[in-house]
Design a protein around this ligand. Structure first.
Ligand SMILES: *Cc1c(COP(=O)(O)O)cnc(C)c1O
Length: 455
């Protein structure tokens, strides 16, 4: 008889990774460097250090070390919330009546309700080490703001969070959690920065976007002493921290003898996706393991599936370095959607490069289809998933149903990035059949593309 795989593929504390995994070290063709927004020359460590913490800059520019040690202090914190469970979705498999095996890595097991804490903790740690007193950031859906407020409370740092206006209004309780941890929340665009005022003048009714909030948070960091800006996605160092997700997943799968066929995760700026796939990329590049890697994005913000591969700014105010990435244009303001964490115009440069070179697949899905999948999952797996994470569920279900047609016993592993307790307005709209799908037309995308700089 075949050995039954347990529902929870457990790891012990002593098995927890002590190093992060650096994809940049194993890519034969590296992605192009980020460029200074003014000189258009590759950013040096010195340029980046004006805005970011020094150790994070070192990590961002490290293209040589495959493994980078996790500070012991950060390991200690990780132990409180990790290892994150890797779960065999036996109940979902049964409901789908599929021969496929479905596994998910659940990252929602902490108050931030998402994987964001994996990077918030080291970022606050390095800021503290550097002797900083305060940090600024932006938050879209609110998960990153929550995670960073937790990390700043832990390390005794002050924090200002620019929260995308429509999210702050959709999710007032997110704001309350962030404030409970002691951070100051400002709705973006705001009148507290010159960029915010400029955006408001031009678009008085804007619901905001991550791109605007990034500009405001960066401006505030540059104009405040002992203050730096921190980012919860998009940059390579964030993917490095998030590699803890993939490392644990790989360890647990190996421990229980499972060889994955398909890895799936949702993609906003790319941090959970990059971290989840990190330790699997080497085999994919070398062709030693035949594994499919699929990124899932919303149809309303289709950076990979319909975007351009070009140098673009990370923010609407055009003050961040230029990144070579798949982008809808820094001026693209995605329609208000319930998957706030996926409303970003660009995708991290590593992921963009891997996608461009054909190592990754990307699909986009509609919001109502995502919520159908979310509800199906919630009813059998005991977790109310975040809308962002439900993009992965939708595609995992699609793949499992394909196996039902073909009779293949594929092993599908996806990352369930978080919980949906703060997204109950979205669930309410879905339950009342009031949810709408928004798919931008080519003309609408063109407007965004026209904001991509020519360099
Ligand atoms: C932020 C977030 C995402 C998307 O961000 P990435 O940087 O692409 O990972 C996905 N799911 C949840 C729950 C999030 O909070």
């Amino acid at each position: 008889m075949e050995k039954r795989i347990p529902t929870r593929l457990l790891l012990e504390e002593k098995e927890l990774p002590k190093h992060w995994y650096n994809i940049n070290a194993v890519m034969k063709d590296k992605h192009e460097p980020c460029l200074d927004p003014i000189t258009k020359k590759p950013c040096t460590a010195e340029d980046l250090s004006k805005v970011f913490c020094k150790e994070l800059v070192n990590q961002e520019l490290n293209f040589t070390d495959e493994y980078i040690p996790i500070p012991e202090d950060v390991q200690e914190f990780y132990k409180m919330v990790r290892p994150a469970p890797l779960i065999r979705a036996y109940c979902l498999e049964k409901v789908l009546d599929t021969p496929a095996e479905i596994y998910y890595k659940f990252e929602g097991n902490n108050t931030s309700g998402s994987h964001k804490l994996n990077s918030a903790i080291p970022q606050a740690y390095y800021a503290k080490q550097e002797g900083l007193k305060n940090l600024t950031t932006e938050t879209g859906a609110g998960q990153w703001g929550t995670a960073l407020s937790m990390a700043c409370a832990f390390y005794g740092l002050d924090l200002t969070v620019f929260m995308v206006k429509c999210s702050a209004e959709q999710k007032p309780f997110r704001k309350a959690v962030i404030e409970t941890y002691g951070a100051n929340v400002i709705k973006s665009p705001s009148t507290t920065t010159s960029i915010g005022r400029k955006i408001l003048e031009e678009f008085p009714n804007t619901t905001g976007s991550l791109g605007c909030a990034v500009s405001e948070a960066t401006e505030k960091a540059l104009s405040t002493p002992e203050c730096k800006y921190v980012l919860g996605s998009v940059l390579d160092y964030v993917i490095l921290h998030q590699s803890i997700i993939g490392l644990e997943t790989k360890l647990a799968l190996e421990k229980y003898g499972v060889q994955p066929d398909i890895l799936i995760s949702c993609i906003g700026g790319g941090s959970n996706f990059g971290g989840f796939i990190a330790p699997f990329v080497k085999d994919k590049i070398n062709g030693t393991k035949d594994i499919r890697i699929v990124a899932v994005e919303p149809k309303s913000c289709p950076s990979l599936t319909r975007g351009k591969y070009a140098y673009d700014y990370g923010d609407t105010g055009r003050i961040t370095p230029l990144l070579k990435m798949y982008t809808l244009g820094n001026g693209y303001i995605p329609a208000s959607s319930h998957a706030g964490g996926l409303r970003y115009h660009g995708v991290n440069p590593i992921i963009s490069k891997l996608y461009h070179d054909g190592y990754l697949e990307a699909v986009s899905v509609e919001q109502t289809k995502v919520f159908e999948a979310a509800v199906k999952f919630a009813k059998c797996e005991g977790i109310l998933p975040a809308p962002e994470s439900s993009h992965s569920i939708k595609v995992a279900i699609n793949e499992a149903l394909k196996c039902k047609q073909t009779g293949e016993k594929k092993k599908i592993v996806f990352c369930l990035t978080g919980t949906g307790y703060f997204d109950l307005n979205a669930y309410t709209a879905f339950n009342n059949k009031e949810m709408q799908d928004y798919v931008p037309t080519d003309e609408e995308l063109q407007k965004g593309f026209s904001t991509i700089p020519t360099i």
